[in-house]
Design a protein around this ligand. Structure first.
Ligand code: GLN
Length: 491
């Protein structure tokens, strides 16, 4: 029998339904793979007992013919999702050993559909970062290396554990979140598929908040079909999140393999950056050629406010973060550092509990929201956000079905290589992804090729609100043309 961990989710679903293997066997294969890959530091908490219990339960249901859409499929969960009875920290020291008494809506829907939890995955502290280097549990290794090199590279962030684990065959899929690119950028760095759905498509209830007007959950998987299967279970209206939207969840998998003939694909000229590596340019034209060959029409479009997106995002996101993170005061949950009075207790706890990047964001956010600066920074950034959204609306109003861009301006880089002296160097990773969050649109990253050093590169497709299906259809065309990419095992 082939190694069970190398199956796609769709293949595993068939194997389980045909009783070729059991969920317990599938789960055990993944638990062994996780144990053998601890050097990657992708999991911050392994839950083997719970995984086996869930797998047995799935097997019993499968035997009775009660097959949920994800029955018996082992998954990894980003540590930003509250999991009942299982430590949830957002990879921050300030949450300490916080064990939620409730389950996030998204994960509860995965368990409702029969999935099995293998454990919790590493991420940047409070999802702030693009390299998974700000986690209190340490950095995550990318299973991909440059050809002929032993340097460990970052898997991207903030969902670095999710992307690394899926690429390294440690789980069949993973949950992730995306505030400015945290699903799509790590997917591009690891040759996995990641989709950030439309804002409001998935419930944010029970997900540790970073920037509430931008945060969305989504899956990372190895194929577009697998991502479609996962999103169907994760999505849906939830009365506990007033920003979740009450419209039916389509069968996303039905969009896989659907013709893209006659679709109009926008190529935004503002995404052609000065000094962009030739390899990224080439990948982008190749992607456009594949879509054209599949019958789509390519149209140059303009998104004139693109250049303001990154600075505006790095005002809006920290502003919301500074407000959301005010709750970590040492009184309610997690870490507590004593002080002579309550103010000192707050100060000591927050100074000790938050890492450097989180402290920087809280300070920037507090500054841009403070009286005297609010109009100049926060209000202005909100106005820019409206203009960015309008750029996309104008584009879609002209009949554009989706927009094709590179997912990232470079391939994965080494741990510690970027952002040490200047945080903006790290923020530049998000140049192609933050616009999508600012506009609330869906975006998918699909593996499309490799650079000269053998590292994966991804393309991004941006869609109309609640039209994830078009992204899955187009993503599948790219996947079929580019093929799939698997890292050589070195761990
Ligand atoms: N890299 C971006 C940031 O640091 C986005 C992170 C995210 O999407 N959670 O803010």
């Amino acid at each position: 029998m082939t190694d069970l961990t190398s199956l796609t989710l769709a293949e595993a679903r068939k194997g389980l339904a045909d009783k070729t293997f059991t969920s317990l066997e599938l789960t055990d294969a993944h638990l062994s793979a996780i144990e053998a890959a601890r050097v990657l530091n992708a999991f911050v908490m392994e839950t083997p007992d719970q995984a086996r219990a869930m797998a047995r339960e799935a097997d019993a249901k499968i035997a009775k013919g009660e097959v949920g859409p994800l029955a018996g499929i082992p998954l990894g969960i980003k540590d930003l999702f509250a999991t009942k009875g299982v430590r949830t920290t957002a990879c921050s020291k300030i949450l300490g050993n916080f064990v939620p008494t409730y389950e996030s809506t998204v994960t509860s829907q995965l368990w409702r559909d029969g999935a099995v939890m293998l454990g919790k995955l590493n991420n940047d502290e409070f999802a702030m970062g693009s390299a998974n280097e700000t986690s209190c549990f340490g950095p995550v290794g990318n299973p991909w290396r440059r050809e002929g090199s032993n340097t460990t590279l970052v898997p991207g962030g903030s969902s670095g554990g999710s992307a690394s684990a899926v690429a390294a065959l440690l789980c069949m899929g993973a949950t992730a979140t995306d505030t400015g690119g945290s699903i799509r950028q790590p997917a591009a760095f690891t040759a996995t598929v990641g989709i950030k759905p439309t804002y409001g498509r998935c419930s944010r209830w029970g997900i540790v908040a970073f920037a509430s007007s931008l945060d969305q959950a989504g899956p990372i998987a190895r194929t577009t079909r697998d991502a479609a299967m996962l999103l169907r279970s994760m999505a849906g209206h939830d009365p506990k999140d007033t920003t979740s939207v009450d419209i039916p969840v389509p069968d996303y998998e039905a969009a896989i393999g659907k013709s893209v003939k006659g679709m109009k694909i926008g190529i935004p000229k503002e995404y052609r950056l000065d000094g962009m590596p030739a390899e990224i340019e080439k990948l982008w034209s190749e992607g456009a050629a594949w879509l054209k060959a599949a019958g789509a029409e390519l149209v140059e479009v303009s998104l004139p406010h693109t250049k303001y997106a990154l600075p505006a995002y790095y005002i809006v996101a920290p502003a919301e973060a500074s407000s959301n993170l005010a709750r970590y005061d040492g009184v309610r949950y997690g870490l507590r550092e004593q002080g002579k009075n309550i103010n000192e207790l707050y100060e000591n706890t927050r100074a000790e509990g938050f890492g450097a990047e989180v402290r920087r964001r809280v300070m920037i956010g507090t500054y841009v929201l403070s009286a005297g600066y609010y109009d100049a920074y926060y209000l202005r950034a909100q106005k820019v956000r409206t203009l960015i959204k309008k750029d996309f609306e104008d584009c879609f109003a002209k009949g554009i079905d989706a927009i094709l861009t590179p997912a990232t301006p470079s391939a994965a880089f080494g741990i510690g290589e970027k952002g040490g002296a200047d945080p903006v160097e790290m923020y530049l990773n998000d140049i192609f992804t933050v616009t999508v969050n600012m506009a609330g649109l869906p975006g998918i990253a699909v593996p499309a090729g490799k650079d000269a050093q053998g590292l994966p590169l991804g393309l991004q497709l941006i869609g109309r609100p609640f039209d994830e299906e078009t992204l899955f259809s187009l993503g599948e065309v790219i996947e079929q043309a580019a093929g799939r990419f698997t890292p050589a095992r070195w761990w």
